[in-house]
Every structure is written in C-alpha cells, then in structure tokens.
Design a protein. Structure first.
Length: 678
C-alpha cells in the first residue's frame, strides 16, 4: 500500500505533483526514475529531492525549512537541527502536531545515535545535540528584499538567486525607509523606494522596492524601483552635459529666465520667480524650468529623447511631438531603476577616463548587475548600449561639479565646512501635482536613488523632492562607507576667451577672461549683450552717425538687454542703463519705451473653464522705461484703466482672438494679438 520507493522515485513523484497511488503510476515512476539515474549523479538527485520535499505545512524544500524552523540558512544548522530536517520529509505532519513532539524528537535522536555509531560525530557532540529542543511552530521567512525577489521571479522564473545585494547595506536602507514611514503617513504619503548601485563593481547593492509589506492597504507590494513615474527635473543634468559638449552653451552662459511661450507651452519656474538672465550652471543648480525649456528647444526635442533612450530610459518611447517642451520638466515617465542606472553610467564614464583602461569593458552596459553569477541568467538583466553615447566626460564632469553644490537639506547645512562630509553630485525632482518626489545622485563609488510618494498616484501638498526625498537620500549616503570624487578630465579641455559677464564666447567689445571649455565645442554662441554705443560731448545722450558728428562723439560699451528681460532682472544684475537719445536723433531711436512682455504676439492660450462656467483671467504684463510713467490699457478697443510702476492687468476673455493695446502719456504704444482656445 505504501513504501518501496527509492529517493529517485520519490523525486519523480514530487515533480509529478503526487499523482494517485496506482500500479500504473508506479510503473511510470520506475521508468522515469531509471532515466533520471542515467542523467544525474546520486548527489544531484538527493539535492533535487531535498529542494522539493515537503517539510510540514506549506514548507517545501530544505532551504525554506531551515529558515522557517530555525531562522538561518542550511550551512549554519547544528547537528541537531540538520538531523531533524533529515527525518522530517518521512513524517512532515509531526512538525505541526503538539502531541507528536516527543515522537519527532525520538526520530531525530535515533538519527543522531546512528551518526555517533558511524563516527560522524563524537560523544560530546551527540550529548549536546539531543538536549536541543524541537521547534514548536514555523518562523516568519526573512523579508530583506521581497520586491527584488518578486522582480527576479518575474524576469527569470522560479529559481534560487545569488544576488549582488550587500546584506548590511540592504538592512540599513530598510531601516532608513522604515524610519520615515510614520512621519510621511502624517501627510498621507505611504510609499518609499531606495536603490543603491556600486558603480565600480557595476552591481546593485541595495534594492528597497517599497516600505515593508505589512498589508495591501497602501500598495506596499508594488515594486516602485521598476515602476514608470514622472521624471520631474531629473533629466536636466543630461541636457546640460549634452549642450556643453555640443557647444550650445558654456558653463556660465546666460540663458533667458522669464515667462516665455514655446510651441504653445508657457514655461514657468517652480517658485514663480524669475531673474531675466541666469548663468547655465546656476540654472542647473537652482533647477530652473525656463532656461532648460529654452535649452531643449535649441538642442532639439527628438534629439534629446534619443539621448535618453541611449541612456537606458526606455519608457521615453514616444516621439518628440508627443512630449514637446514638457519633456525636460517631467512630461515623460521613467523608473527609479533606469534613472539611477543612467546617473551611474555617467559616473562609470568618469571612472573609465581616470583609469584609462576601458573600465573593465563595463561602459557598454547601461544597467548594473542584480545577480552575482556570470551565467546567461545574469546577462539577461543587463541592457547593452547599441550606439556611442552623445555624452562626453567634459559635459559630465561639469554637470557633476556643479550639482554637488546643490543646497542640501537643513540637517546637512554647512556640510562644505567639514572635511568628513561626503561629496556627491545630486539632483531632486518633483512631478506636476506633487505626486512624485525624487532624489538621485552619484559619486566616485555609489549611485543612490530615492523615490517618495503614493503608488496609486495620489498627490499630496509638500511632496517635493528637496523636502521629502532629499533627507532620506542623505541618510542613505551617510550610512555608506567613505568614497572618493571624480578626477577632472583636464586633457579634454582647451582655453577660450569668454565674456566675463554673459559667459558666452567673447566678442570684440566684451570684457574677457580665459576659461577651459570642451574640445568638442565648436561654433560657440558669441555674446550679443555688450554693444558699442556713442555719446554726445556732454555724455548725457546717445547719438548715431545719421544725426550727429561721430568724430566728436565718445565711444562706450554698454551691457544691453531687451526690455522684456530687463523687467525681470534682479537689482544685483550687471546692467548699465542706456542714456536717452539726443534730441536730434530721436527719429533714429530703435529701443521701445513701452512693451507688452506677456503674452507674446500671436500666442494661443489654452484656458479651460472653471466650476462656474467662467474662465480664469490671464495676467497681461508690460514694461516701461520710466517707472513713474502711466500706462493706459485697452482690450479690443475698450478702455480698461491705467497702471503706474507695476504694469499688469488681469483680463477675462472669451474663446476668441483678442487685441491688447497700451499707450503711455507721451503716445508711445505697443499692441499684441492673441487667441484664447478651449
């Protein structure tokens, strides 16, 4: 009725899901067992059996049993513990039955006695082993990286995985994430994800897919490391580095920073503040939206999207028309895994340059390893770069060197004063609607990525990268061993005369200074802000050759900007007011005294209706050379009123084409036409 099965036959039976016990089934088992004996050794068959045998309840396999009953891996079991697991598959029900504890202990001790009799253990070991108690109930399985296990099972199928995760660092990251669970929950924020990559070894060493999975009410089972989310501002370092390498900008080139419409999209800064002009590196450090929207338009949206794909951001899969200018401002999605690996790749590129040895041929791998073996299952994890990346070390170095100066959270204030402080290039990101808070960075050893938010996409006030994700990011950084910084790729630079004010390549009239720029920089934009003007003999008026004897005029260089930029320039900005035109030259004056700076002429404004069926008013802004001058406003021929000093008007418009006309007291005027679109 039972018995008479060899270990090989039992192994076959386990793989066949324990079919009914019949003579025909026994014949099948004998035939398959004979075939298995020819294919595998006895040790391999025994190992296969042990990995699939029942050990009581829902415990399958000896490795699982070791964790469930003793809380340790099988290579750390005592003689007593190993003997209990050895006898358990013959009577797996004994482990759950209190009345059979003595019988289970007796069977274990009988095996220990045989081991003593055969000389496998000595008398002292035997006496100590039989004194050990028998476990009463299964323990909880370890949950150090459950989301990683889930991901590996999904991508490779059921198996035993030898991962690259560092046990100590993984536990530290788990504890850090857990420490923020309650504070974040006070704002109804419930999910945190952390990824740490060792860029030297090109492997992931910590993978916290989410907060501990205590339940399903807050989507703790969702693996955020692999989930596509809005990128916020995290793509800006890539665009900055690529623009430097291609010569679109220099490190401190002025970029526009005022409300500007591009391709039907009105770019605005996160804090709704504007500087008129801002150096490119400061735009990166402050994460300003308008300069990067402008830079993306200059670089090319589709070209930048292809760069993102080369960096492994595979979720940015649609064409440029789909994303438009918002691509650089969070209008695309990517995962914490892909984004952190992209930052890690830039770090690897810098290390490869310093090592000058190809960096172990790792630069062709966009993604790091998750498995420590070198077999095929591991290689499936890595995405290989097909084409040479556009990013080069000069641009990467410049991006890294500037973003290490990004203001750190309050508890990290004054970090630069301490030699023990850890250097890191880092960037935060916040998605529209406060749904995703990011912080990702890299130094000479590690790339760290942190995401905070709600897995279901619910936005929360204050869910901002610099306030929520950054503190977790620096807790992780400070828990890691000391690290190094990157070596400057000095051989890839060349000297260039640069305008000391605008940061562009110097023109003949610019104040000059020498800077090191990328060798790949060609056709650099030349400064257009410094202009040569002529003054009359009194030096009170500007003159022109058409209306004044230029031989007696005084030549002078001034920093000149358009009126719409001057409106937003900060007080400390380098700007010298142009003098008024000489009375005899007024007819040749080219500057515009009064100017509408928003909206631009011909702009289409998408203005949806609000709850009461009305549309939000738009704010029309104007600039006047003389702050004390009055400006009179007209909409579609109807007088609206006047302004002084601050020239702004809220205008409510229907969905149609509208005209705004402004006139000052001297008759100077400006007019624009725009269209409201539903």
């Amino acid at each position: 009725m039972s018995g008479a099965s060899t270990i090989t036959m039992q192994t076959i039976r386990l793989h066949r899901k324990n079919p009914p016990r019949t003579v025909f089934e026994k014949l099948i088992e004998i035939i398959l067992a004979t075939r298995l004996e020819f294919r595998l050794s006895k040790d391999e068959i025994l190992l296969n059996y042990a990995n699939h045998a029942p050990f009581g309840g829902n415990v399958i396999g000896i490795e699982t049993a070791a964790w469930r009953y003793f809380g340790k891996p099988i290579d750390r079991l005592s003689w007593s513990e190993a003997s209990l697991l050895a006898v358990l598959p013959n009577s797996p029900g004994l482990i759950n039955t209190y009345k059979n504890r003595d019988l289970l202990k007796l069977k274990r001790n009988m095996l220990l006695s045989k081991l003593k009799d055969t000389g496998e253990i000595d008398d002292q070991t035997y006496e100590a082993a039989i004194l050990e108690s028998v476990p009463t109930k299964p323990l909880a399985l370890p949950q150090h990286a459950p989301h990683l296990l889930q991901y590996l099972q999904q991508t490779h199928g059921p198996s035993i995985f030898n991962s690259t995760i560092d046990f100590q660092i993984q536990n530290q990251c788990n504890q850090i994430a857990q420490a923020y669970k309650v504070p974040l929950a006070e704002n109804n924020v419930h999910n945190v994800s952390i990824l740490v990559i060792d860029i030297v070894e090109n492997k992931a060493i910590a993978y916290v897919g989410n907060l501990p999975t205590t339940g399903s009410t807050n989507q703790e089972f969702v693996d955020i490391v692999q989930a596509p989310r809005s990128t916020g501002s995290l793509l800006k370092p890539f665009l900055y580095a690529a623009s430097l390498n291609e010569g679109l900008i220099l490190e401190k080139s002025y970029l526009p920073d005022y409300p500007i419409s591009m391709q039907g999209f009105l770019a605005q800064n996160f804090n709704k503040k504007y500087q008129g002009l801002v150096p490119a590196n400061q735009a990166l450090i402050q994460s300003l939206n308008i300069p990067f929207a402008y830079l993306l338009q200059q670089y090319g949206i589709e070209k930048f999207r292809l760069l993102c794909l080369e960096l492994g951001l595979e979720d940015i899969r649609y064409n440029a028309n789909y994303y438009g200018i918002p691509l650089i401002l969070g209008g695309a999605e990517s995962s914490l895994w892909d984004l952190t690996n992209a930052y890690a790749w830039m770090g690897k590129s810098m290390l490869a340059h310093a090592a000058n040895d190809g960096f172990y041929d790792e630069l062709d791998k966009i993604q790091c390893r998750l498995l420590s073996s070198t077999d095929d299952i591991n290689n499936e994890n890595q995405k290989l770069k097909k084409d040479p990346l556009i990013l080069k070390n000069v641009g990467i170095w410049n991006a890294f060197n500037n973003t290490r100066n990004v203001s750190r959270p309050d508890e990290q204030g004054g970090w630069e004063l301490y030699e023990s402080s850890k250097l890191i290039s880092w960037k935060t990101g916040t998605s529209n609607g406060f749904k995703d808070a990011w912080s990702i960075g890299v130094n000479g050893r590690y790339a760290i990525g942190v995401w905070v938010g709600n897995a279901d996409g619910e936005g929360r006030p204050g869910l901002i990268g610099s306030k929520v994700a950054a503190p977790i990011f620096f807790r992780v950084l400070n828990s890691l061993p000391n690290n190094s910084w990157f070596t400057e790729p000095i051989d890839d630079f060349k000297e260039l005369e640069v305008c000391s004010v605008s940061g562009h390549a110097a023109s003949s009239v610019c104040p000059k200074e020498t800077q090191l720029v990328s060798y790949s920089s060609q056709d650099l934009p030349v400064c257009t802000y410094h202009q040569r003007i002529y003054l009359d003999s009194s030096e009170q008026y500007e003159v022109a050759a058409q209306c004044y004897d230029i031989q007696i005029a005084k030549e002078e260089t001034r920093f000149v900007v358009p009126s719409r930029i001057r409106y937003y320039l900060q007080e400390e900005a380098v700007f010298v007011e142009r003098p008024p035109m000489h009375p005899s030259c007024r007819d040749f004056e080219q500057k515009q005294t009064v100017k509408i700076i928003y909206p631009e002429d011909g702009l289409e404004i998408y203005q949806p209706k609000i709850g009461d069926g009305q549309r939000n008013p738009i704010v029309v802004q104007a600039f006047h050379e003389n702050e004390d001058e009055k400006v009179f406003w007209h909409l579609d021929g109807q007088f609206l009123g006047e302004t002084k000093s601050i020239h702004e008007r809220k205008i409510s418009c229907s969905a149609d084409i509208h005209k705004v006309l402004i006139i000052d007291e001297e008759g100077n005027r400006d007019q624009i036409e725009f269209r409201i679109v539903e």
